[in-house]
Design a protein around this ligand. Structure first.
Ligand SMILES: NC(=O)c1ccc[n+]([C@@H]2O[C@H](COP(=O)([O-])OP(=O)(O)OC[C@H]3O[C@@H](n4cnc5c(N)ncnc54)[C@H](OP(=O)(O)O)[C@@H]3O)[C@@H](O)[C@H]2O)c1
Length: 286
């Protein structure tokens, strides 16, 4: 099986390359294949003829999307549309990654795929447009909504906390945004469930369980035996350019009911990540 991974050098893309290394891979970054360029995407996919396409490319700087809407829309909405058109043309499945930020955060219990959508941020709006374009233009698609991704490659919350602790005795972290931290390696492994599946559609896929960013930060330091004071603050006390949902826990029950391998609990996933992170740090590879 020949698999095309777009955004192959980002956080998730790098884990996908590792997890799928025994397949024939075509890996592209934005310099090899700009997904916003419709002709380039159609020509590339028609020429390479992959059996399966995974789009891990996105404009992920959530706050920057507020001031760079057009660029974000091009990557997060037009890019997936182009891939959908190209995949339909050669009749192959497309896996696309979306986000909990397509919801408004007002629900108080885990969100299912059919819950009311209402992105609050520019990022969420562009990602929702991407989902809609795929549904309109592809026949065989999997849209996986995930959340709070962290992993070995690229910047993310877990790495930021560990780095801040090297120079700070106290760290303030928001305590009124609740979600499900998800290890990008676990998501990459989850995607392998789809390679031979025809159960197309939208799925919520995160590590199991929920916490606030504050609780997550405390856990990171507890698991790492780092003595740092974590101070809980409200979103209002820690304003950011883009609004974030207060509650965006995604319910994996459709994923589980479809027979795909259930996701790990987020605490177990964090433990696994930290072991690997510390190993690479000791080897001076991070
Ligand atoms: N990070 C999170 O917390 C989070 C949460 C929920 C969902 N997601 C979704 O999960 C997916 C993976 O996220 P991630 O954190 O792994 O992203 P990431 O590390 O920011 O990587 C995204 C990649 O997209 C590529 N890219 C950007 N513009 C492109 C273009 N025009 N054409 C082709 N490639 C382009 C970039 O490649 P170059 O470096 O080559 O430009 C970059 O490596 C995304 O769909 C994201 O929306 C992320």
């Amino acid at each position: 099986m020949k698999i095309l991974i777009t955004g192959a050098y980002g956080m998730l893309g790098s884990d996908l390359r590792e997890v799928l290394k025994n397949y024939e891979l075509i890996c592209t970054g934005s310099k090899d294949l700009d997904i916003t360029d419709e002709d380039a995407v159609i020509d590339f996919i028609s020429e390479k003829m992959p059996d399966f396409v995974i789009n891990a490319a996105a404009y992920t700087a959530v706050d920057d999307c507020e001031t760079h809407y057009d660029e974000a829309y091009a990557v997060n909405a037009i890019g997936p549309k182009n891939l959908a058109i190209a995949c339909k043309k050669i009749d192959v499945p497309l896996v696309h990654i979306s986000t909990d930020y397509v919801f408004d955060g007002s629900k108080k219990t885990p969100l299912v795929e059919t819950d009311k959508l209402g992105p609050q941020s520019a990022y969420g709006k562009t990602k929702l447009a991407g989902e809609q374009f795929i549904q309109e233009n592809a026949e065989k698609y999997f849209i996986l909504r995930t959340a709070w991704l962290y992993g070995l490659h690229g910047g993310n919350f877990v790495k930021t906390m560990l780095e801040l602790a090297e120079s700070h005795d106290e760290i303030t972290v928001v305590n009124d945004q609740i979600g499900s931290p998800t290890y990008s390696l676990d998501l990459a492994v989850a995607i392998t469930n789809l390679l031979n599946s025809d159960k197309y559609g939208i799925y919520h896929v995160t590590n199991e369980g929920e916490c606030s960013w504050y609780e997550f930060a405390k856990l990171i330091f507890e698991f790492s035996n780092i003595d740092v004071k974590v101070i809980p603050v409200s979103t209002e006390e820690f304003p950011r350019p883009a609004p974030r949902p207060h509650y965006s826990v995604l319910d994996n029950k459709k994923w589980n009911a479809s027979g795909f391998v259930p996701m790990k609990d987020y605490k177990e996933a964090l433990g696994g990540f930290l072991s690997l992170y510390n190993f690479f740090k000791t080897m001076k590879k991070i």
